[in-house]
Ligand binder design. Structure first.
Ligand SMILES: *Cc1c(COP(=O)(O)O)cnc(C)c1O
Length: 428
């Protein structure tokens, strides 16, 4: 991929006006290199399928990091989008609209929480959670001004703002972007005792993913979230969960924390909340937490816009009325069973929940990238995370036949790599 970009996009674009016009070359030439996409150029999508500019069809096992739980171009969500766009799309929160209330009411009903602050991207929902937690710490826990602390987990991923990457444990997310905001402390993930030991009088909140997505679909030990809930209750500390990727049916429950029968005090949602159409996010919380915001404290020009609200509400209705949560649980169990039955030296581990599974590739034998490239040639799109893990996360509208087709392609891919004997490395 890098080779393709270097030659056809960067060097030859100056010399060859035809090559410079291809989408790949244009993107390579003009777009910041903050991603390393697979060498496929998508033109169209419908349901679980994507088509490239040559008309080749791929099964999307990536779902835009779970932004497309309801599939590409869901007819109901598309209709909500176009109907609302034709009426009114953006007015800012300077005025009320007839769309925001119904959307947030539904969101609070589904989460069992009391109120919500609408935003756009996931990182903004997390920033909103951080602000709410700090302010709650000062007003409700009587933490001395400027001293509020938030505990986060090793391996966390909560977005890309400077504050958020400041408490990442990943050097590649942080390197060169400091100075970072103080007020965060990293504790080991999945270790409730370490968390309990780290909580002090100035700890306003604990911020966690119930399953760590970008870290490689890391599932904590059973009972972890329940223990965190108890510890937070005992110490009067907010339990805030980031379910931007794990929420809205991905794990086979509406929210991953429901597997442990607990409820957080604050919840960050995004990605699939936009119905695969728009960035729509929210911080949803208990009354005393969401209640810390007063007019002028916080805001977003686009947050809560009627277009996003109409799409968000329809996305929630589609997930509910089409039984996508149940489908994720059922097909997820099938996916996991089939993957665990694969005997391949390339597979070091299979883990996940619902239609969200990480296949860890033995790094001594192949890179996850090389497996993804081979999968792409066979019509399945996925993306590696952290060099060793292949993410399998199709839109929740996938059928059992389509899922089986994708698993069969994965098996073919593994066999092909095994058969080569010399294990191909990623092209980078
Ligand atoms: C993707 C993600 C975010 C950030 O969302 P953006 O919309 O990219 O800002 C935050 N937290 C988690 C768990 C995510 O997966």
């Amino acid at each position: 991929m890098d080779t393709i970009l270097k030659t056809s996009a960067l060097e030859s674009s100056a010399l060859d006006p035809v090559a410079a016009d291809t989408p790949l070359a244009l993107e390579g030439r003009w777009c910041a290199r903050n991603y390393k996409p697979l060498p496929v150029v998508i033109e169209r999508g419908e349901g679980v399928w994507l088509w490239d500019t040559d008309g080749r069809r791929y099964l999307d096992m990536m779902s835009a990091y779970s932004a497309v739980n309801t599939g590409h171009g869901h007819p109901r969500i598309l209709k909500a989008l176009t109907d609302q766009a034709a009426k009114v799309a953006i007015v800012s929160r300077a005025f009320h609209t007839d769309r925001l209330g119904p959307f947030l009411a539904k969101l609070c009903q589904l989460t069992g929480l009391d109120g919500a602050c609408p935003m756009n991207t996931g990182a903004e929902a997390v920033e909103t959670a951080i602000k709410a937690a700090r302010r709650w710490g000062y007003t409700h826990k009587h933490i001395p001004d400027g001293m509020a602390e938030i505990l986060v987990a090793e391996g966390n991923f909560h977005g890309r703002t400077t504050t958020i990457v400041g408490f990442s444990s990943e050097e590649e997310y942080r390197d060169g972007f400091g100075p970072f905001a103080p007020g965060f402390r990293i504790v080991p993930y999945g270790d409730a005792d370490a968390l309990a030991a780290a909580i002090g009088p100035n700890t306003a909140a604990v911020l966690l993913e119930p399953i760590q997505g970008e870290a490689g679909i890391v599932v904590p030990p059973a009972g972890y979230l329940r223990r965190v809930r108890e510890i937070c209750d005992r110490t009067n500390t907010l339990m805030i969960l980031d379910e931007i990727q794990s929420g809205l049916g991905r794990t086979g429950r509406w929210f991953a924390h429901q597997h442990e029968g607990i409820r957080p005090d604050g919840l960050c949602l995004g990605k699939a909340l936009g119905g695969g159409m728009l960035p729509v996010s929210a911080f949803v919380a208990r009354q005393d937490v969401i209640g810390v915001f007063k007019p002028g404290n916080h805001g977003s020009t686009f947050g809560g816009n009627p277009l996003g609200a109409a799409v968000g509400l329809e996305a929630l209705r589609v997930i509910e009325e089409e039984g996508l949560v149940e489908r994720s649980a059922e097909l997820g169990a099938h996916l996991m069973a089939r993957l665990r039955a694969i005997e391949s030296p390339l597979i070091a581990d299979v883990r996940g929940r619902g239609l969200w599974v990480g296949v860890e590739i033995d790094p001594a034998l192949a890179t996850a990238r090389s497996v993804c490239e081979e999968l792409m040639r066979r019509g399945v799109l996925s993306k590696e995370t952290h060099e060793t893990v292949i993410r399998l996360a199709p839109p929740l509208v996938i059928s059992r036949e389509e899922l089986d087709w994708a698993i069969d392609r994965l098996i073919e891919t593994l066999r092909a790599i095994e058969a080569k004997g010399t294990i191909p490395r990623a092209s980078a």
